[in-house]
Design a binder for this molecule. Structure first.
Ligand code: VAH
Length: 319
């Protein structure tokens, strides 16, 4: 039975993955950790530890205290925040990962680390970006993601560490707000539509990016770690996707439920430049062939689920 430690457990992915993993493996088998102290509305019952993933001694102590055999390493700065403080992003995103891999090597833990479509750059094929494509990102976030992919591959080939990962697209969830990414608009738009009936978008209306609803993202993170390792040719950084859309597409689907919804644009040059440097869409055949990846939610299903959930919260006065 797995005994799991999650870093970055209070983040957009971590807060929902903690709950899902606890449902699957048992509450006391999943230790949540984050740089921030746990919040009352955080992740429910179960063990929580405040942890800076760059502190190897503290991390080793937790791995031994809870006899951890699997680490979901999610602690990282996202793209837009990383561009505001690239030195800090390098420190957290890479020194944090290096520390996790070193402890995992010493203690024999498997490690899941997400990469991102942000690991590609402006010279990569834009549409249906192949699994094995050139990666020359021009953002610190992208540099840390490419370096992270290579570091995880190295620890597998050099030390036999069981490292696995996926390249996530933009993620949309209705539980925890996003934390400073370029794709945050795709979450904020639903909240604004329900609260105000309109949204001012920071990306141009025809900016296509790959996206995924959080339930599919959680499925990917769990399924890859359950996959037969013999079949994993790519192992780290599998392309995974569910849909590719632009703000105008999303607005059109929202109007099916909120007919008067209005979208306007005030473009943020930093996040527009990041989005322009990323693919419009990925191909994810390697993940489908090597470990059976298959998304469920498309834009129609996600929009319906997001709006129904947020409308319910609004009625309950908690939005
Ligand atoms: C970001 N949501 O915007 C993240 C993601 C594909 C982008 O990595 O930084």
């Amino acid at each position: 039975m797995k005994r799991i430690l999650i870093t970055g457990a209070l983040g957009q992915i971590g807060s929902e993955l903690t709950v899902e993993l606890r449902k699957r493996y048992g509450t006391d088998k999943v230790v949540a950790s984050d740089l921030r102290p746990d919040s009352p509305t955080g992740i429910g019952d179960g063990p929580f530890e405040q942890l800076d993933c760059r502190d190897g001694k503290a991390l080793l102590g937790l791995v031994r205290k809870y006899r951890i055999d699997t680490i979901y390493h999610l602690a990282a700065l996202l793209s837009a925040v990383a561009e505001k403080n690239p030195q800090k992003a390098w420190d957290i995103n890479l020194n944090g990962l290096y520390t996790v891999l070193e402890v995992a090597r010493e203690e024999g833990c498997a490690v899941f680390t997400p990469s991102s479509i942000g690991s590609f750059g402006p010279t990569t094929v834009k549409n249906f970006t192949p699994q094995d494509s050139p990666q020359r990102p021009n953002s610190m976030y992208g540099v840390t993601k490419v370096a992270g992919e290579l570091l995880c591959d190295y620890y597998h080939h050099r030390f036999g560490l069981d490292t696995r990962g996926v390249r996530y697209p933009g993620l949309i969830s209705n539980q925890t707000p996003p934390g400073g990414g370029t794709t945050d608009y795709a979450v904020d738009i639903y909240y604004s539509a329900v609260k105000e009936g309109r949204y001012t978008c920071f990306l141009k209306g025809d900016t296509y990016l790959d996206m995924m609803y959080m339930p599919d993202a959680l499925k990917a993170a769990i399924d890859i770690m359950e996959a037969n390792p013999e079949r994993l040719r790519h192992r780290n950084a599998f392309n995974v996707t569910a849909m590719s859309f632009c703000p105008e597409d999303q607005a059109a689907y929202i109007r099916k439920y909120i007919p008067d919804f209005e979208i306007s644009y005030v473009v943020d040059p930093v996040r527009q430049a990041l989005a322009n440097s990323w693919p419009n869409s990925l191909e994810d055949y390697a993940a489908r062939v090597e470990w059976g990846w298959e998304p469920v939610f498309d834009l129609e299903m996600m929009t319906r689920d997001m709006l129904q959930t947020l409308e319910k919260r609004k009625k309950e006065g908690i939005l």
